[in-house]
Ligand binder design. Structure first.
Ligand SMILES: Cc1ncc(COP(=O)(O)O)c(C=O)c1O
Length: 367
């Protein structure tokens, strides 16, 4: 274990993550899964302010529709009643800022316009709450479990500026979108930003073994230094934090990114997928076909023109899922939102099969 010790794979992986991450992130903490990485980021941000003599900072700003995991802290900053509601009495109350989801655009608005509008609203929230706020936590570019809701990169740039202006941390939860999902290695790159905390998991080991990491800055790290008597240290560990076998798997996966044109290949395949899905734009029961890099989603709806959804109890998404599975394709919807998140080893032939089965499943589920 990493208590008082280290090992070669943990060191090498930390160095490699620092090399490829947005500039300015120079320190790495390990955990075992996504939710525990989020816990580390939340606790470390709070503890930073505590060590800086600002213990009144006890709150977090999270976005509407956010999902950050199932442990109590991660669930507290998540906004999905399905997972959160029953545990509500156990959870701290975040300040909820509006999601910059471009599906919320008013007529004539672009994704950048929505981002600007949401940033203006968030500025007001920060004006009121910055003094008691540790950090703003977001899922950069795509809110995944919340329905594959996508936003403009300009939102990231603007939010970073706001966090700097009001002096609060920015936590980027790239657990779902990191390692190439959005078209760049990290989603933050598209807004040209460096968060104060970057949470990574899932694709870190290519999905092969459980591992997560939280990257942060030298400035945050230094706030935890000091004499033993000062008791400034960040005492957070899990038995399997930075497990050497998991770190070795992550290094092997990152070597593939280094040695092969993974992102370029994904971009070509994503374009092929987009082209094959284009006819869905005219399907009477499909709305909001959307794509960010290697994530595609659309909604099954009763009526396209008005965007009228199906009644939840009809469970159309479940019908879609079952048909696709019967044809050997795993397409797991979120309610009536269908998403395609192909593995990076997929080829054009597999994509064609996936799309053909998806079309069939849509027709079966919406009949
Ligand atoms: C954005 C995001 N954050 C955190 C998590 C939680 O990760 P884990 O399931 O490994 O705890 C997830 C999982 O889906 C996620 O999508």
């Amino acid at each position: 274990m990493l208590a008082g010790f280290t090992h070669e794979p943990a060191l090498q992986l930390a160095e490699e993550l620092i090399r490829i991450a947005p500039p300015g992130l120079s320190r790495v903490s390990y955990a075992g899964d996504g939710a525990s990485a989020v816990e580390i980021a939340l606790k470390m941000s709070f503890h930073y302010w505590h060590n800086m003599g600002q213990p009144q900072r006890t709150r977090f700003i999270a976005l509407a529709n956010a999902y950050h995991g199932e442990t109590l802290g991660a669930l507290a900053v998540s906004d999905l009643p399905l997972y959160r509601k029953v545990y509500g009495p156990l959870l701290f109350d975040p300040i909820v800022a509006p999601s910059p989801d471009w599906l919320d655009a008013d007529p004539g608005e672009t994704a950048d316009d929505v981002a600007r509008r949401r940033l203006a609203e968030t500025r007001t929230i920060l004006g009121r709450h910055a003094h008691e706020t540790c950090a703003v936590i977001i899922e950069p570019l795509v809110q995944c479990s919340g329905g594959m809701r996508m936003h403009a990169p300009s939102y990231l740039t603007g939010l970073r500026e706001l966090c700097d202006e009001f002096g609060v941390h920015l936590i980027a939860d790239e657990i779902a979108v990191g390692f190439g999902r959005t078209g760049t290695l990290f989603a933050c790159e598209q807004g040209s930003i460096t968060p104060d905390f970057l949470c990574l998991s899932k694709g870190l080991t290519g999905g092969a073994l459980p591992l997560s990491a939280v990257l942060t800055t030298g400035k945050v790290y230094e706030a935890f230094l000091g004499d033993y008597a000062a008791n400034n240290a960040f005492l957070h560990s899990h038995t399997f934090s930075g497990n050497p076998i998991a770190c070795a798997a992550a290094l092997a996966s990152l070597a593939i990114f280094r040695d092969e044109p993974v992102l370029e290949r994904n971009r070509k395949l994503a374009a092929h997928l987009a082209h094959r899905l284009e006819p869905l734009r005219h399907h009477p029961h499909v709305a909001n076909l959307r794509q960010t890099g290697w994530i595609v989603a659309f909604d099954l709806v009763r009526e396209k023109a008005s965007g009228t959804p199906y009644a939840g109890a009809e469970r159309r998404g479940l019908g879609f899922y079952r048909h696709a599975l019967s044809r050997g394709v795993l397409l797991r919807p979120l309610g009536d939102t269908v998403y395609l998140l192909p593995p990076y080893c997929i080829d054009e032939g597999d994509i064609d099969l996936m799309v053909d089965v998806a079309f069939e499943a849509i027709n079966v589920a919406t009949a």
